[in-house]
Every structure is written in C-alpha cells, then in structure tokens.
Write a protein that binds this ligand. Structure first.
Ligand code: BGC
Length: 477
C-alpha cells in the first residue's frame, strides 16, 4: 500500500515567481461564476422554506409532524445527494455532476410549484435536497481544482458569498410573494438560476485534475492551457498534478480510506470541520430568526420579518471580510476571531434573555448580538470551512473525502434544525444560547490543535504532507 507511506518524501520545492504572479485568465472567472450559481441555489433552497411554510400550512392544513417532514426532507435529500455526489463526480466529472444537479433543481422546483398536496411537496423537497447536496459537493471541489492556488481561498469564499446572497434573495422573494400569499411562486423563482446553471455548466471546461486522474493527460493539459496565462504555469501545474497521481497507490476513494490511515485522518478532519460549522448554531439563526427576535421582545410579524431580512443582509456583507483577508491573513487567524465573536455574542444573548429583554435598550442589545454573531460566522466558519474541506483531501480520495464532509454538513444541519426547538422547549433560551457560547469557545481549541494553515500552499504539497504522516495542524506548512 503505497498510499500510507509512498508519498513520504515531502519536497521543499517552492512555486516559481513567474507562476505565483501570473495573470488570471477570463476562463477562470467564468468557471468561478458557474460554481457561484450553484452557491446561489444552495442559499435559495435554505432560505425559501421559512417564508413559504406559513402559507403551505394554511393551504394544506398540515399536521406538525408533516410540517417537520417538509422542512427537514430537504436536509435529508441533501445528505444523500452529497454522499452520492462523490461517485457521480468521480465517474462523470465535475462538469456533468453540475449538469445533473441543475436538472434536479429544475425538476424539484417544478414539483413544488405544481403539487396538489403535501406528499408531492415532500417529494419535491427531497429532489431539491438531492440537487443541493450534489451542488454543494461539486461546486467548491470544482473551484479548488480550476483556480490557481493564490486565489483559491478567495474564490471559494466567493462561492460562500453566493450562498449568503441566495439566502437573502429567498428572504426578499418570500417577503414580496407574501403580499400575494403565493408560496408556489417562492419555489418557482428557483427555476431561473437552475436554468442558468444548466447552460453555464455546458460552457465551462472539465476539471484538469479530474481529467488527469482519469489518465486523460492530453485533455488535462489542453484544459489547463485555457485556464492559465502562460505555458510555464501549465507545465508547472501539470507536473505537480502528475506527481501527486503517481505517488499515490492505485486504490482510490473508499479503498484508500480503508487502507490508508493518513487519508482517514483527512476524511475525519473534513467531517469534524463541517460538524463544527453547523454546531456554531448559525442555522438556528437562519431558520428561526423571526422566533428569536420575538423571544427578544420584537413583537409582530412585520418587525421580525424585517429583522430577518437585515440578518440576511448582514450575512452577505460580512462575507466580504473573509473574501478580502482569507488569502492575506490565512485561515486560522480568521477562524480564531470568528469563533471568539460567536462565543461572546451567544454568551451575551443568553445573559440578556436570562434577565428578560424588558427595555428597548436590551431588545436592541439582543438584536445587535444576533447580528454580530452572524458577522462572526460569515467572516470565518461560513466560507473557511468549505475552503479547508476542499483543500485537505488528496487527489485520489478527494471525491470520497469531500463527499463525506459535505454529507456531514447536511446531517449537522438537520440535527441543529431539528433539535433547536426541542432544546428551547426543554431548557429555555438562556441555557440553549449559553451552550452555544461554550461550544463556540471549544472550537477555538479545536482550531488550535487540529486545523492546518493552508494559505498559499499548493494542493499537492498539502497532500504530500498529509500522506507523509505530518500532524494535521502542520500539513499546510
Ligand atoms: C452553511 C449553511 C448556512 C450558510 C449561511 C453555509 O456555509 O453550510 O449551513 O446556512 O452558510 O450563510
């Protein structure tokens, strides 16, 4: 089994200046735009349900069990989609996987628009979930494989920016369609970006790393020459890709996972990173913002709806902090800052709720804590976890590793969405938010001990370090 030890020779070759400073060609931006569309759909799928649900409940006279199923079916579909996306994108390629996902989006949205009753709606949500699962797996993977390393972090953060824009777009569209009480249109708008994703996916090239892994070396070189400005860049990167492929054993994916303890470490790290992202509690805010605002004394639907839109906007704006600094400050400093902000704001929110948000000052204090919490997430764990998960897996196990971590994201998402109301009912708001504060503080220690700094390091070098057995928090050195 060469995988465990075969790549033990960690070269100290550094990237030549001409490569590090080469120009970014338009095809890279086009490919980023496409993956970004997948992000937009991901966000819209998350955001649509909070606005649609009250009207669906009214129309179909839903039982609370059916209501829970309709909300959570999307996460279940997404977990299944993400877990199967590994083999889809490995056998068919990233580009075709995005095509499949766009078709599933279109079908899922149409089912939700025309459904005569709750059962078909539930099926439509599962299909939408499958689509978002495949997209949330494939888009960051594709981005990490087509962009030059110096902008890799920035482009994956850009993907997360599109997720946040999608959530905001859904919040705003929910608000607008709520005036005509049409939840069907709330789902209908999903078809527009899905159709764009379909045509976009037809236009972009395959991933050169996927082509090389499939032994289609000439095609990989051709594609890479469309994605890089100079032949020196193309040759340098092809050399790195081929070296990484040759140094690995023949076993891939699950076989590699079974036999290679070093690969198992990156798979578990990816799963842990995504669970950490979900257990920050961000989706508690995304799904239940209106209720939290009511708990903090903002009465009336319109006040809490506005507060929800402001939350969505804050999420978008704060993502720019990550985009600006991820490739300058590095991943870890931003994660420390984000977790610290989330821990402090949750602790203060718990404090305010303990004593009751009885005055206007305290109410605005609670709102400020929620918004600052969102800033903490959006500038750190939101984009960075996706970036890290796409960076830490070795090429032959990338599909499997990212599939596992993306699946974990959706399972964590499901748990948070499902258990938050149970916790609120059982132990109350102050304790629930107090626990979230403690959990976020623990994530600082997690980052210190286990998370690598991957800023400006090629994927191939990260891979060599991982497979040579270096400590996880050192594989980016
Ligand atoms: C997370 C989602 C979350 C979103 C909020 C993403 O990175 O994976 O679960 O809803 O960020 O912006």
């Amino acid at each position: 089994m060469a995988g465990a030890t075969g790549a033990a020779t960690s070269t100290s070759k550094s990237t030549p200046e001409s490569v590090t400073h080469a120009e970014i060609v338009p095809m890279v931006w086009l490919s980023c735009g496409l993956a970004a569309l997948a992000g937009l759909l991901f966000g819209m799928d998350i955001g649509v349900i909070s606005g649609a649900l009250p009207f669906i409940k009214q129309d179909f006279n839903l039982s609370s069990a059916m209501e829970g199923w309709i909300v959570s079916s999307m996460m279940v579909g997404a977990a299944i989609g993400a877990l199967s996306a590994g083999s889809i994108s490995k056998s068919m390629g990233r580009k075709r996987a995005l095509l499949v996902s766009s078709l599933l989006f279109i079908v899922g949205a149409i089912i939700c628009v025309v459904t005569p009753g709750p059962t078909l709606l539930w099926i439509g949500r599962i299909v939408l979930g499958l689509a978002v699962g495949v997209a949330s797996f494939t888009a960051p993977l594709y981005l990490s494989e087509v962009t030059p390393e110096r902008i890799r972090g920035t482009t994956i953060s850009f993907y997360q920016l599109m997720v946040t824009i999608g959530i905001l777009a859904a919040f705003v569209s929910n608000l607008l369609f709520s005036y005509i009480e049409s939840w069907r249109w709330m789902f209908g708008v999903l078809v527009i970006p899905a159709v764009l994703l379909f045509f976009g996916a037809l236009a972009v090239p395959n991933s050169p790393r996927w082509l090389a892994a499939k032994d289609r070396i000439d095609e990989a070189r051709n594609v890479l020459s469309r994605l890089r400005g100079t032949s020196e860049e193309v040759e340098y990167e092809m050399g790195e890709i081929q070296e990484a492929i040759e140094q690995e054993s023949e076993s891939q994916g699950y076989a590699l996972f079974k036999h290679n303890p070093n690969f198992r470490r990156s798979v578990f790290l990816g799963i842990a990173l995504q669970l950490v992202q979900q257990f920050t509690g961000m989706n508690v805010i995304m799904y239940y913002a209106p209720e939290i605002f009511k708990m903090s004394g903002f009465d009336g639907t319109s006040a809490s709806l506005w507060a929800t839109v402001i939350t969505g906007l804050t999420n978008v704006l704060a993502t720019f902090i990550a985009i600006a600094f991820i490739d300058r400050w590095g991943r870890k400093p931003i994660l420390y800052a984000g977790f610290a902000i989330m821990a402090v704001t949750m602790a203060l929110l718990s404090f305010i709720l303990t004593f009751g948000a009885s005055t206007a000052l305290l109410q605005y204090g609670a709102l400020a804590m929620v918004l600052l919490f969102v800033v903490g997430f959006a500038m750190s764990a939101g984009p960075l976890i996706w970036t890290l998960c796409a960076e830490i897996q070795p090429i032959r196990g990338r599909d499997f590793g990212i599939g596992a971590s993306t699946g974990a994201n959706w399972i964590g998402n499901f748990c948070i969405g499902f258990f938050f109301p149970v916790m609120i009912a059982g132990i109350g708001g102050p304790w629930t938010f107090g626990i979230l504060a403690a959990v976020n503080a623990l994530f600082i220690v997690f980052t210190l001990c286990l998370v690598p700094e991957t800023k400006g390091i090629s994927l191939e070098k990260i891979e060599k370090n991982l497979l040579s057995g270096k400590a996880l928090n050192k594989i980016g050195v």
